[in-house]
Design a protein around this ligand. Structure first.
Ligand code: SF4
Length: 334
C-alpha cells in the first residue's frame, strides 16, 4: 500500500487525491474513460430483484436505448480523442461503469477486459460492480491483470506497445451505507455483510487489485450519526480508495417519484460538506480519495440544486478541513 508523509496531508487539499496516485504511478495524469460494455444488473433482470435501486437511472440504461452500444475499442477511441484535445492527455483507464460489470461468465469478462487493456495508451481498468456479483474465479481473473501476468498484457509488453509492467486494476464496490434498513428502502437488494464478504474475498484472491468503496451521504431517513457509522465501517474495511458522494435524485427514477411525493428531503450542501470532511478525517492514511461529490451538472438531476460546480464543492470541503485544522486520518483509529 502507498502512503504519504503526514506533511503532505497538512497542505491543501488536506487529503490524498486519486489524481496524485495516477501521477505517481504513471508520471502524468491517467484519465478515466467511461465505457458501456453491455452488462445488465441482477437487481433489474429479476435474478435478485426487479426495478433496480430507486436512485438508479436505469431508464436510460434500458436495452431499447442501448442498441447503439459500440465496441469497447470504439468507445475508448472517442473518449481518448476528447481528453487529448482538451487536456493533451496521453494515458487512460478504461472504466467499466454502466450497470454491474462483473455480471457475466468469467470467459465473457475476460474477452471484455482483454479488449480494453489491449487498446493503445490504456494503462489500466476500473471495474464497477455490486458486492454480491463477485466470486473467487472472477477475482483470480482480475488478479491476473493486476499482477501483469495476463496474456494480453504480456503480449502488449513484448510488442513494445506499453512500458508499464503491470496495469492499474481497480475493483469498485457500491457499499453506499452499512445500514440494511436504508439499503432495503432504496431496493439495493444486498446486505452490508455481502460488502464485507466481497472485500475479504478480494483481498484473498486479488491481492494486487486496488479496492475502492463507494458511499453516499444524504440517503433517505439517514441521520448524520448513521452516515458517520457507515464512514467508520468503511474506514475499518481499509479500502485503497473511496468515493464519497451525495445522493442526488435523477428524473424518471423511483426515487424521483418518492421525492416529489414528499417522502424525504434532498441533502443540503452544508450537510454534505460537513460529512465529507468527517469522512476524510476518518479515512486511513493509505486510502486515496477518488471522489467527494455526486453529479451536479447533469440536466437530468432534479435535486439537490446547489448552484455550485464540482470544483467549488471540493474547495468548500478543503476549506472546512482548514477551518477545523484537520486532514485525512486526523481521526483515524486503527
Ligand atoms: S446495482 Fe447499480 S446498476 Fe444495478 S440497479 Fe443498483 S445502481 Fe443500478
Amino acid at each position: 500500500m502507498q502512503t504519504l508523509q503526514t506533511t503532505e496531508l497538512t497542505q491543501p487539499p488536506y487529503y490524498k487525491p486519486f489524481s496524485r496516485l495516477m501521477k505517481r504511478l504513471f508520471g502524468e495524469p491517467a484519465y478515466k474513460l467511461t465505457i458501456d460494455a453491455g452488462f445488465t444488473c441482477p437487481n433489474i433482470d429479476g435474478s435478485k430483484a426487479t426495478g433496480g435501486c430507486t436512485f438508479c437511472d436505469n431508464v436510460s440504461f434500458s436495452p431499447a436505448l442501448r442498441t447503439g452500444v459500440t465496441r469497447i475499442g470504439e468507445q475508448l477511441e472517442q473518449g481518448k480523442k476528447f481528453y487529448r484535445e482538451r487536456f493533451g492527455a496521453n494515458k487512460f483507464l478504461a472504466y467499466f461503469q454502466t450497470f454491474t460489470n462483473t455480471y457475466d461468465s468469467v470467459e465473457r469478462l475476460k474477452e471484455l477486459y482483454d479488449e480494453a487493456l489491449d487498446a493503445p495508451d490504456i494503462v489500466g481498468i476500473s471495474i464497477g460492480t455490486r458486492p454480491d456479483c463477485i466470486d473467487a474465479d472472477k477475482l483470480k481473473l482480475i488478479q491476473s491483470y493486476a499482477d501483469g501476468s495476463a496474456e494480453v498484457w504480456q503480449r502488449k509488453l513484448s510488442e513494445a506497445r506499453t512500458e508499464i509492467e503491470r496495469p492499474f486494476v481497480c475493483v469498485e464496490y457500491g457499499m453506499q451505507t452499512m445500514h440494511d434498513a436504508t439499503a432495503d428502502y432504496v431496493n439495493r437488494a444486498h446486505s452490508h455483510q455481502e460488502t464485507v464478504d466481497a472485500v475479504e474475498l478480494t483481498r484473498e484472491h486479488a491481492p494486487d487489485a486496488h479496492l475502492c468503496l463507494h458511499m453516499m451521504s444524504g440517503m433517505p431517513f439517514e441521520t448524520d450519526e448513521m452516515i458517520r457509522e457507515s464512514i467508520a465501517e468503511c474506514a475499518r474495511l481499509r479500502p485503497d480508495s473511496v468515493k464519497f458522494h451525495h445522493m442526488y435524485i435523477y428524473e424518471n427514477t423511483v426515487m424521483a417519484r418518492q421525492f416529489e411525493a414528499g417522502e424525504f428531503e434532498a441533502p443540503t450542501l452544508e450537510r454534505h460538506v460537513t460529512l465529507a470532511a468527517d469522512c476524510i478525517e476518518q479515512m486511513p492514511p493509505e486510502t486515496w480519495i477518488q471522489r467527494l461529490v455526486g453529479e451536479v451538472s447533469d440536466s437530468g438531476v432534479i435535486a439537490p440544486q446547489w448552484g455550485k460546480t464540482k470544483l467549488q464543492i471540493y474547495n468548500l470541503i478543503s476549506d472546512e478541513l482548514k477551518r477545523r485544522g484537520t486532514h485525512q486520518s486526523s481521526h483515524w483509529r486503527e
